[in-house]
Design a binder for this molecule. Sequence first.
Ligand code: ZN
Length: 307
Amino acid sequence: MKRKWNVLLIAALTAVFMTSCSRSPDSGGKSVKIAYLPITHALAVFEEAEELAAEDGLKIELVKYGSWPELLDALNANRVDGASVLIELAMKSKQEGIGIKAVALGHRDGNVVIVSNDIDSAADLKGKTFAIPHRQSSHNILLNDALATAGLTIDDVNVTELPPPEMPSALASKQIDGYCVAEPFGAMGVSLGVGKVLFDSKDLWRDSLCCGLVLTDKFIAEEPETARELVGRYKAAGNALDKEKAMEIAKKYLNQKEGVLDISLQWISYNDLEITEETYNALLERVKKYGLSENPPAYADFVKNDL
Ligand code: ZN
């Protein structure tokens, strides 16, 4: 009788072991869910996921979304542990009471103001229609900065929000006269010959912030060691992304032509992704000045560099 119970116990323990194995198939490694949109601005997350997939231990489960609102819904509801997301959208969520922290930049520089071929200066944008992906974006800020170079303001143009992949065709069909958006959609307009670069973000806003790697407070509190490893490896992955490696990762994760990616990757870099107080405060200043938010979160409340 005793022997029978032992057999049952072993069977039960085996079942428990198999179940735990099926949850963590890779050497018992923790899998962290990171949300993303298929843009070049998220390459550091893809590179980290690739590197970790080749090793034992920590893994990243990439969760793809089709739009920023869908991604934000998942992040704000804790359906993912973190996201590569427009930092202004994350700031807005934080302002509304969502428990998230920005732990690193998504990239450095990497945005352009694209205009139709008959526009030669910022002054020519007066009365024209200009597309941005979302009011809460550095693309909105860069449009404001571009207009300011000609003494214009946002009230001098018609601003429309469009999904990023629609912008190059909207420019081609003259529905809009220019746009600023996450890459590679600016490069796509250039590659198709429907538009040209009026400004590089570097010319308008030195050390501009755009996307950030954001983690939920829940994840940081429950898995502090994992969060620390994730962010450390993320920054290292960014530093590893030279032009050649970035192209390799972009080709694998983004369904885009090499010619488009080649143009786009000239504008961006992924090294040194720490969010400094100085660059964040320069963002806060612009967020307030251009009316994106009157009360954005302070550096100490929103940025976490001490994981
Ligand atoms: Zn970005």
